[in-house]
Structure formats: C-alpha cells, structure tokens
Design a binder for this molecule. Structure first.
Ligand SMILES: Cc1ncc(COP(=O)(O)O)c(C=O)c1O
Length: 438
C-alpha cells in the first residue's frame, strides 16, 4: 500500500470531516495548513499527545505553531484560565492581571521598558512598524527575504509565493525586501534616508528554516541601524521565551529598539505584545493629542489571555523550561542523523535551541548549528520532500511541522524522542520505497 493509501485508511474519519469542512470553509479550516490529500482532524490535545477523530494518538511537534512550550493544557495554566473564565472574560477597563503580565515580560525581556498588548503576532508587527514610522517620521520598513512577520499588508512582501495578491501597489512599495546579508543592508541604509526600521527574525527566516549565515549578523544590524538612526525591530514571536527565557536578545546580548511577541507570551491563548524603549512606546500615550499612535482592539490584554500568559511566563521564569526543551532537541537531532546514516539517505539536520529542521537530498558540511545552504536549495528540498514526509510521519503517529521540522516542548521526553527517531527511519524507508527519494 502506498503512503497515501495508508494515510487515507488510517485517517478515514478525518477525510469525512474535511469533505464536510470545505463546503463551509476555504481550505477546510484555518489551522489545516496545506496538508495533501487532506489534514487530520484532532478533537483533543493533552501534553504532547493529540487524539484524532479515528482515535489515533499523534505525537505533537507543532505545539500550537510554537506557542505551547509547556505542551497542550498544562495543568497550572489551565487552572488559572479556568479561574479567570469563571471570574469574567472582559472587564471593559483596566484589569490587574494585565499589569502583572506586562511586569513578567519586563522581567524576562531585557529591552522591554514598556509593553503594549495586541491580539496576535501579526498585530504586533503592524503596531511596531507604525510606532517606528511615527517615531522616526520616515516611511519605509526594511525586511529580509523569507523572514516572516505575519500576514498584514506591510509584512507580506518577501515572505511567500502569493504574498502580493490583494495588496495595493503603494503599500507594497513601502516595504523594502532585501537579501538577509549585511552588505545588502549596509548598501540600503547608506543610500537612502527614508527608512524607519529594519525588522527581522533573529534566528533566521521562517522559524529558522533559513538560518542566519553570519554569526555577527545581529550585532552588525544593531551597529548599522544605530549609525543611521534607524530602529531595529526584533520579531521574537517564535524565539521569544523559547531560545532562552529572555528570547534571542538575551541569548545573543543584542538590545533592539522594539520587540514583537506572540505565541508563548500568551500561554496558548490568543494574544501578542510589543515592547521596547519607553520614549518610543510612550507615543501610545493618551496624553499626546495630535501625535499619538492610535491602537485599539477589543480583546487586547483580555483577562483570559493575561491569565494564561502570566501563568506560562512565571513557569518559564521559575523552571528550566528552555534548557529542557533544548536538551530534548539535541537528542532528537542526533537520532534523526543516525536514521539518515542508517538508511543511507543524503540529508541534513539543523536548528537552534528547541527548533529542529530536516532537509533531504542536500549536502551541508556545517555542524547543524548554522547551516550554510543556499536559500534556493532549502526551498527546493522542503517543497520536494516535505509533503510526503508529513504524510509518512502521520502514518507513524507523529505530527511534524510541515514535514520539514519539529518544535519541541519541555514535556516531550526521552522515550518519545527515541520513538520519533525510529518513526522517522521507517518514514524515510517508506518514501524511498515509493521512489520519492533515492
Ligand atoms: C516570526 C513571526 N512573526 C509573526 C508571526 C505572526 O503571528 P500570528 O500568527 O500570531 O499573527 C509569526 C507566526 O508564525 C511568526 O512566526
């Protein structure tokens, strides 16, 4: 039986659910992502086990697209959320939890002098860009190719294939997409005087799928932006509270002017935040009449997200959560490499902290920490093998990120990691037996 036939049999009820869903929702559902021939329908998730409609148990390496570093429904977080739901979900005025949440962010994120909450990571980058334009009185934002900052009109260019559809040309032209190379930035900043900010993913584009290739990239950006009076926005939506308690800026000792957050910051509930220098953040102040940066949002800092976020950040502050997830990632990387060797498949495993990527049918001589493969090689491999690896691993009961990688939590464990690497070996064999890879 082919991997796709095995999949259709194993997930028969998910297929029925998908056929019903696409009659009401384009793509069948927002979180389905692009899984062909159809995505799995999951109705329950606890810790790192998800249960689908057919009763299959899947090991979760999506962890809420990175939000759930404590796994699904962590008991302490769930308790706080349940308490808050019972005490009210919207106060329509200040709520003390919002301040506690902001104080936790200030404690963990070195550059956070002030914090403002948003509804999502997309809203966070939108607000940070607006603040940067208002502060510098300049209009253009520089972003790097393949760095992802959400789906709003100013973040979309340079982040995907159909990133320009539906966006006005004028809006597109206010975002300058450049190669993620320091010389490209140097040239841009030296030749233009209309740049408000540079925004970047500090571990490399698309949750480190396209790693930064220069160990001094972040410090070089910091130096250049300071020299040219341009703001540096560090997008810590993925790496904040993951690659260290204080995110990338703490791990690499770089102080951005503004930081954008979402995912872990709100503990598995919807929410995001922008933090940064007080003089920039104070542009949001109600005391400013004409020059104030306007920012609204019915559910920003809502008490339920505040309860989940505060509980999560307190656990991250208290326990070695990041260290544990990192340790498990090291074991996973070495297990995946062993399987590539065992099945004699050319491939490469790389990643930083608890983020792990695999690339098949490529050669890279790096040690797995700072992969030197060209952008186009990475894209080619991911597109060619990701879709079938996703299906082959689901057949094994493992839910990977897009068939190209894994996000770890602190509640995976050694046995789960070892069983995942065995599954990966069998999945490799399955796609090789089908002639998808040599
Ligand atoms: C680095 C980065 N920035 C921004 C976003 C957008 O966040 P959201 O999906 O919460 O809008 C994401 C989402 O994956 C992201 O990875």
């Amino acid at each position: 039986m082919s991997i796709f036939e095995t999949y259709s049999n194993k997930f028969a009820k998910s297929l029925e659910a998908y056929q019903r869903a696409i009659r009401a929702i384009p793509t069948g559902g927002h979180l389905s992502r692009d899984v062909k021939p159809f995505p799995v329908s999951v109705y329950k998730a606890n810790g790192i086990i998800k249960t689908d409609l057919d009763g299959n148990e899947l090991i979760d390496y999506m962890v809420g697209f990175g939000a759930l570093i404590l796994g699904n429904s962590h008991p302490e977080v769930t308790e706080q959320v349940a308490k808050q739901v019972a005490s009210g979900t919207h106060m329509g005025t200040l709520n003390p939890l919002e301040t506690e949440w902001a104080e936790m962010i200030k404690k963990l994120i070195p550059s956070a002098e002030r914090v403002r909450f948003t509804g999502t990571g997309t809203e966070s980058t939108l607000l940070a860009m607006r603040l940067a334009r208002a502060y510098t009185e300049k209009n253009k934002i520089v972003k790097f190719r393949e760095h992802f900052h959400g789906w709003h009109d100013y973040a979309s260019p340079g982040a995907g294939i159909t990133e320009q559809t539906g966006i006005p040309q004028d809006t597109l032209s206010s975002t300058l997409v450049i190669e993620p190379e320091i010389n490209a930035l140097k040239q841009t900043l030296e030749t233009r005087n209309d740049i408000a900010a540079v925004i970047l993913e500090p571990t490399g584009g698309h949750w480190a799928q396209y790693p930064l290739q220069n160990p001094y990239f972040l410090s070089n950006i910091r130096d250049l932006t300071k020299k040219h009076n341009v703001l540096m926005i560090m997008d810590e939506v993925i790496c904040g509270f993951r690659i260290s308690k204080g995110g990338a800026q703490s791990k690499f000792s770089i102080m951005p002017d503004l930081t954008t957050m979402a995912k872990i910051v709100s503990g598995g509930m919807p929410g995001g935040a922008v933090a940064g220098r007080a003089d920039i953040m104070e542009l949001l102040s109600f005391d400013l009449e004409s020059d104030r940066v306007d920012h609204h949002g019915t559910y920003n800092a809502n008490p339920v997200s505040a309860a989940a976020g505060t509980a999560t950040l307190k656990i991250i502050d208290r326990d070695p959560i990041n260290e544990r997830a990192d340790e498990l990632a090291v074991r996973l990387k070495s297990g995946l490499n062993e399987q590539l060797t065992k099945y004699e498949v050319e491939g490469h495993v790389h990643g930083t902290s608890s983020i792990v990527h695999i690339l098949l049918d490529v050669e890279c001589s790096c040690d797995g920490n700072m992969c030197t493969l060209d952008h186009s090689e990475i894209t080619r491999s991911a597109k060619k093998y990701g879709p079938s690896m996703k299906i082959a691993m689901l057949n094994e009961g493992v839910d990977m990120m897009g068939g190209i990688g894994f996000l770890l939590s602190a509640v995976h464990d050694e046995n789960i990691i070892d069983s995942t690497t065995e599954s990966f070996g069998r999945a490799l064999k399955a796609i090789r037996d089908e002639g998808i890879i040599n």
